[in-house]
Design a protein around this ligand. Structure first.
Ligand code: PBG
Length: 324
């Protein structure tokens, strides 16, 4: 062994380790996903996501103010309507819960915190699919694009800085870009869920949004077996005008995240999804892992793999423990 072969030298003190850290997590890297439900008088806990709730309009405002105060990178809103129908019309209604939530959050935070909207129909349809159905029951790609276009415009009008199409319909980014530009919203950005997999890790989210889905989303979300396909999806979204791209879930797809980050010319986000949250929460509750260290380690790993931005339900909590 040569005297130079001592990597441990740089690990001897916390200050040295800080000096040579290759990756950091700061509040600005984190986006908080939040749920706002119609017709609640008090926030409703989500049992499979301890600590996460369906917000009322009032508590949503508070959560947004807190997120801004914590210096987060953004807040992502999901709506939980009281009524569902076949075309998800509540998503287009300016008085629908998601658009009302967006308006109120924007009023609360102004431009201090980027306000993002989930642009997808699954929370609003009575069948729970991310799009509208054709006569044979399949999800109709092109008919869905027209609804997404109107939904994105409604969200921009409600005050979203960023719309985030998450339905994995082909052509969704291009169609939404066209609709935003044509309606005077050229500055509204698109965060494209480019590589979104048909994942079991979305389980708790289905409770979070009172999902009506029976069956699965495998005809539109990606097969977990495929990595190369994620690059194709990303390339298409970039060509259609995506301002940011996303890989989802995060922890099981770090290889995909890395390769998307290598080719992307725009910022890359990763979504640490509900099942990742639930899994760590459950193990920590049993005392099997150290909750706070595990949270930071997973998000550091997601950043290390190439994410500029991490969506995580721990965003506000974690920000309180991080340097600005
Ligand atoms: C669809 C959507 C889902 C999630 C975010 N957007 C659910 C799905 O595709 O089934 C999952 C997020 C999570 O699990 O935390 N609008």
């Amino acid at each position: 062994m040569f005297p130079t072969d001592r990597p441990r030298r740089l690990r001897t003190t916390p200050a040295l380790r800080r000096l040579v850290a290759e990756t950091d997590v700061r509040p600005r890297h984190l986006v908080l996903p939040v749920f706002v439900a119609e017709g609640l008088d008090a926030p409703k806990p989500i049992s499979s996501m301890p600590g996460v709730v369906q917000h009322t309009r009032e508590t949503l405002r508070k959560a947004a103010a807190e997120a801004a105060g914590a210096g987060l990178g953004g807040i992502m809103l999901f709506g939980v309507p009281a009524h569902h129908d076949a075309t998800g019309s509540g998503a287009l209604d300016p008085d629908g819960i998601l658009n009302v939530g967006l308006r109120e959050v924007r009023e609360e935070v102004g431009d201090a915190l980027p306000v993002m909207a989930d642009t997808c129909l699954d929370e609003f349809t009575d069948h729970g699919h991310c799009g509208v159905l054709a006569a044979d029951g399949s999800v109709d790609n092109d008919a869905t694009l027209e609804v997404y276009a109107d939904m994105a415009v409604a969200q921009a009008e409600a005050g979203a800085h960023v719309v985030a199409p998450s339905g994995m319909m082909d052509g969704q980014v291009g169609r939404i870009r066209e609709a935003l530009d044509a309606s005077g919203h050229a500055d509204t950005a698109i965060l494209a869920y480019s590589a979104k997999y048909a994942s079991a890790f979305y389980g708790p989210f289905r409770e979070a949004v009172d999902s009506q889905l029976t069956g699965d989303r495998r005809t539109y979300q990606q097969d977990p077996a495929n990595a190369r396909e994620a690059l194709r999806e990303t390339t298409l979204d970039l060509a259609e005008g995506a301002d940011m791209v996303m890989v989802k879930p995060a922890m099981g797809y770090l290889d995909v995240l890395r390769s998307v980050a290598e080719v992307s010319e725009v910022p890359v986000a990763a979504y640490q999804v509900s099942g990742e949250y639930a899994m760590i929460s459950a193990a920590a509750e049993r005392g099997w892992i150290d909750r706070e260290r595990t949270i930071l380690e997973t998000i550091t790993g997601i950043r290390r793999a190439g994410a500029d931005i991490v969506l995580t339900y721990w965003a506000s909590e974690l920000a309180g423990r991080l340097d600005r």
